[in-house]
Design a protein around this ligand. Structure first.
Ligand code: GDP
Ligand code: GDP
Length: 460
């Protein structure tokens, strides 16, 4: 098996160890606080998942020496990177900004020919929340094509980092596994590797049919039986086949658990939604097709939007409308009216109790996940923004480099002469046009505007 040799470099304290642990799934305490303590170069074999395929990696953390020996250390790191790496991750501290030591490292990497010879990804770390995105403007000045923001500590942007590297060196991706083969020959369900499968959160207020739907999905043809142990006893995830494709349903036990009092349930369903959404790729927001929508549905919808995962609106108990004049179009229109902010979310109609409409969910999940994988090249996106901003731009904002900074959710950073000049209506126009051009069905899209300089031209 071919393994991609990927080397992490960066000045001390930017979060290399934390990232190494995150990318290898280890929790070993490798974080050194004492300056000047030499840490051996550390290597670990690990498997990532990218494009739905296994990506075997040998990850090297080049360690850290603080203080005066920094120059020596960088040369050492560069040496390691040069030896036999297939790709390099340069880690920066997004909170501290670009420092002289970072620039020194880049110069040495450049001098040693690393930037020309190897794919290099800049990982701007410690961007723990979306509002910190604007702090990364500096890092575009280095002329690197791949600048991603991450939070090694919180796991933000890690999937994107792995996907980006896999795209740069796709030869290391393993042959596609046949995902339909969930059963072995004797008909017994085989334990599937849960790592890397899309994670689905099933959320909604009490009594909308979450556990009925979950059971229906778990019982659909060849599904699994053995629960996958989650991180805590409370959270048990399960493998399910939805429309013939494998998915992990997050916190299956929590969905089935019933609380004693009504009020208890109400609170629980929001707490539970918040927790599962953190780990989800796509959420199914279950709505009650018999009783209609309430404030609480909107609240949970808002949590999904904030979490940035994909979303499908599932109007369940649709069987109760049989024989009435109420049509699916009318129902959809009503939902759009009450949840305007989720207008990008597709709506499906199900009867979980009778196992109806579930295949549609599988198809939509697959399509949403597919559209989230899209990565728009920087020059293409920049040109597109410039063109669109000639259509509508009441305050005459000037756009420089515009670039996709992440995929979960799709996140775009536009450099402008003055973010204040980006009128609300211009932002709305760009968002609408962006969806028209690229889709991103079922995913929230983040569009951020930061002050940039005119010399930050897109790199072709
Ligand atoms: P290294 O010297 O480059 O290996 O850096 P470490 O991994 O030892 O991290 C240095 C410090 O940055 C530690 O205190 C980490 O807890 C902290 N750190 C690492 N990643 C993040 C992050 O994503 N967000 C924040 N806020 N702190 C981080
Ligand atoms: P949860 O609290 O969201 O997990 O909801 P449950 O799955 O426990 O369902 C609440 C009630 O709604 C139960 O009595 C179910 O039988 C019923 N129910 C669930 N799905 C449907 C459906 O598709 N049609 C109808 N008519 N009833 C349903």
């Amino acid at each position: 098996m071919k393994r991609a040799r990927i080397v992490i470099v960066g000045r001390p304290n930017v979060g290399k160890s934390t990232l190494f642990n995150r990318l290898t799934g280890t929790r070993r305490a490798l974080v050194h606080d004492e300056p000047g303590v030499t840490r051996d170069r550390l290597e670990l074999k690990t498997e990532w998942w990218a494009q739905g395929r296994k990506f075997p990696v040998l990850l090297t953390d080049t360690g850290g020496v603080g203080g005066e020996r920094f120059g020596e250390e960088i040369d050492n790191q560069v040496g390691i990177a040069l030896e036999d790496a297939d790709a390099v991750i340069v880690v920066f501290d997004g909170r501290a900004g670009l420092t002289a030591l970072d620039e020194d490292l880049m110069k040495r990497l450049n001098r040693a020919g690393v930037l020309k010879r190897l794919p290099v990804v800049a990982a701007v770390n410690k961007i723990d929340a979306e509002q910190h995105e604007a702090m990364i403007a500096d890092f575009y000045s280095m002329g690197l094509e791949n600048v991603l923001t991450i939070s090694a500590e919180h796991g933000r942007g890690i999937d994107d980092l792995e996907e980006t590297i896999a795209q740069l060196i796709p030869d290391f991706l393993e042959e596609e596994a046949d995902s339909d083969e969930v059963e072995s020959e004797d008909g017994e369900p085989e334990p599937e590797p849960e790592e890397g499968l899309p994670r689905i959160a099933i959320v909604g207020r009490p009594n909308v049919g979450k556990s009925t739907l979950t059971n229906a999905l778990l019982n659909e043809r060849r599904m699994i039986t053995s629960p996958i142990a989650g991180t805590t006893v409370d959270a048990v995830d399960s493998l399910a086949s939805i429309g013939g494709k494998p998915f992990v349903i997050i916190d299956t036990a929590g969905i089935r658990r019933k609380s004693k009092t009504e009020q208890g349930i109400e609170v629980l369903s929001v707490v539970q939604a918040r927790k599962t959404l953190e780990r989800a790729d796509v959420a199914l927001l279950i709505l009650d097709g018999e009783k209609g929508l309430t404030d609480q549905d909107e609240k949970i919808g808002g949590l999904i939007e904030d979490a940035g995962c994909g979303v499908v609106l599932v109007l369940n108990k649709w069987d109760t409308q049989r024989g009435t004049d109420f049509t699916q179009e009318q129902a959809a229109e009503r939902i759009r009216g009450q949840m305007a902010y989720l207008k990008y979310a597709p709506i499906v109609f199900t009867s979980a109790k009778f196992g109806k409409g579930l295949n549609n969910i599988g198809e939509l999940l697959t399509e949403i996940l597919h559209q989230r994988k899209l990565k728009i090249p920087t020059h293409e996106f920049t040109e597109w923004v410039r063109k669109e901003s000639t259509v509508h731009n009441p305050m005459n904002a000037k756009f420089y480099m515009c670039h996709q900074a992440g995929r979960h959710p799709p996140t775009f950073v536009c450099h402008v002469n003055d973010p204040e000049r980006v009128d609300f209506s211009l932002k709305r126009h760009l968002l609408n046009a962006l969806r028209e051009r690229w889709g991103f069905m079922g995913s929230p899209v983040r569009l951020l505007f930061v002050k940039g300089a005119s010399d930050r031209k897109p790199k072709h």
